[in-house]
Design a protein around this ligand. Structure first.
Ligand code: NAD
Length: 485
């Protein structure tokens, strides 16, 4: 009998020969431009990551030991500035993943007409293993390193929250930036996703979830698209499964529940629960906060394992946790008719190939979860203008509307009730304006992708069509800008 063990180094070779997440993103681009006339050099320039910064810095534990922390910031494309993309804290994050996520940001921004290039950052830690003070130290040191190398700034590169980070980390970053660059008038625009009290914008925390809701609402409103997957139109009554009850998952679950959809299951890291009658996402969120687990939620059934939720019979499946959760192993068992990609890269190409063998609508990440970056753009605009949206015009709008109501009452000889008056005389405040801008963005982008798919059926899927929309815009920009020097 020969030795079945791989030769030393062979495993490493196998791992290196496996396509990375960045390769997957580039495969999507290649597919999207397969029938185009773009010179290959132009597509190569678009696909390349412009700047990859890997850094290591020391962190001292209370017992005096020193841990070396690895972190990254990748700026994928500088065709629009600043570059933009979240920062994730995760123990297994690697350079190829950050490059893929940065690239995805470039295409995402182009799809929703946000005038930024793509970027992404990561710190290779499990945030659960550190105290809040330790996380603050790590975040501030990471921000300091980015400042030192000009990888952060309102006109350079603007981070935001991602997996494992939130408002709290963004507040630490803006404070570090303002401390080290005290004369930067626009300094608060160096990062988005900040608390509202620190220059954040109302609606940012729920923006990705809300954007996902607008995306699925548009899809469900289209009779032809729904007929293709044997569903009736409308969100109401759709049976939904959500994976991940974090920022993205919680809000999309909440918006779908409020619109009359039935959230039949929610999956988290520690397990999954289901209730055919429907779960109230806020109730489940509170239960998890109080008990530390999603399991044993009153009135729900625990599933044998978290991944089982992905295979439940449902209309809409929303993977909103991490990448690569739909693979060639579970794709044959997925029964959902619509997959709404809340997370970045939740469906591997192999899984997609299997899923596309039956009628299914995959609303791709680069469009579906673009609500976060869209509202980040609004926050950046707010920070540069140094004024809250609606502050200048709200009262003026109300005066105009009150004048219109008065004229209406005079003409008809009837008086409106207080309720009717309130609904007509209502100047838009910041939350209204942000919401309206987000809805407009998601609806316009949906129709642009759909029209591209309709006029070029060879693109086949919404994902390929979305990549084509993005590459067309970026290619135009590259060609107009030319090559320096
Ligand atoms: P988050 O950290 O707030 O939430 C993620 C949740 O997923 C956590 O509750 C975590 O416990 C859970 N989770 C982790 N692994 C899981 C597993 N295997 N099964 C079930 N649950 C699991 O992160 P987030 O900001 O909600 O981001 C989630 C995804 O959405 C990421 O892929 C991120 O890149 C993407 N995204 C986020 C935003 C944003 O605005 N936050 C915008 C666009 C895309």
């Amino acid at each position: 009998m020969g030795d079945a063990r791989p030769a030393p180094g062979a495993l490493r070779e196998v791992l290196l020969s496996e396509p990375s997440m960045f390769d997957f993103v580039n495969q999507h681009v290649d597919r999207a431009v397969a029938d185009s006339d773009y010179p290959s050099g132009l597509i190569d320039a678009i696909k390349a990551c412009n700047s990859v910064y890997r850094l290591r810095f020391p962190f001292r534990h209370p017992d005096g030991t020193i841990e070396v922390i690895t972190a990254f910031r990748v700026e994928h494309s500088h065709h629009r500035l600043p570059t933009k993309g979240g920062i994730r804290y995760a123990p297994f994050v690697d350079q190829e993943e950050v490059k893929a996520l940065a690239a995805l940001m470039t295409y995402k921004c182009a799809v929703v007409d946000v005038p930024f290039g793509g970027a992404k950052g990561a710190v290779q830690i499990d945030p659960k293993k550190y105290t809040v003070t330790q996380l603050e130290h790590i975040t501030r040191r990471y921000a300091y390193e980015l400042i030192k190398k000009n990888f952060i700034g309102p006109g350079v590169d603007v981070p935001a929250p991602d997996y494992g980070t939130g408002e709290r980390e963004m507040a630490w970053i803006v404070d570090t930036y303002l401390t080290l660059t005290p004369n930067a008038l626009d300094g608060s625009a160096c990062v988005t996703g900040k608390p509202v009290t620190q220059g954040g914008v109302r609606g940012r925390a729920s923006a990705t979830g809300r954007g996902l809701f607008f995306a699925v609402r548009e899809a469900c409103a289209n009779a032809a698209d729904m007929k293709a997957v044997a569903l009736s139109t409308g969100v109401e009554g759709k049976r939904v499964v959500v994976q991940g009850l974090g920022n993205v998952g919680y809000h999309i679950a909440r918006f779908l529940h409020a619109a009359g959809a039935v959230v039949i299951a929610i999956a988290e890291y520690e397990g999954a629960i289901m209730s055919p009658k429907g779960l109230d996402p806020h109730d489940v969120f509170t239960h998890r906060k109080q008990t530390g687990s999603i399991l044993n939620h009153p009135g729900s059934t625990n599933l044998p394992n978290s991944g089982a939720a992905l295979e439940l019979d449902c209309d809409v499946l929303v993977p909103a946790a991490i990448e690569n959760v739909l693979t060639e192993h579970n794709a044959p068992n997925v029964k959902a008719k619509i997959i709404l990609e809340g997370a970045n890269g939740p469906t591997t190409p192999a899984a997609e190939g299997i899923l596309q063998q039956r009628p299914i609508l995959i609303i791709p990440d680069l469009y579906a979860n673009a609500g976060g970056v869209t509202v980040s753009y609004f926050e950046w605009l707010k920070n540069l203008s140094h004024v809250r949206f609606g502050r200048m015009e709200k009262r003026m709008e109300e005066r105009d509307e009150a004048g219109f109501v008065k004229a209406l009452e005079k003409l008809t000889g009837k008086s409106l009730t207080d309720e009717e008056r309130k609904s007509l005389v209502h100047g838009a405040d910041e939350a209204d304006i942000v919401d309206s801008g987000l809805e407009e963005t998601m609806v316009v982008a949906y129709n642009e992708i759909r029209e591209t798919l309709r006029s070029s059926p060879s693109l086949k899927t919404m994902r390929t069509a979305a990549f084509r929309v993005a590459v067309d815009k970026i290619a135009r920009s590259y060609m107009e800008l030319g090559v320096f020097p």
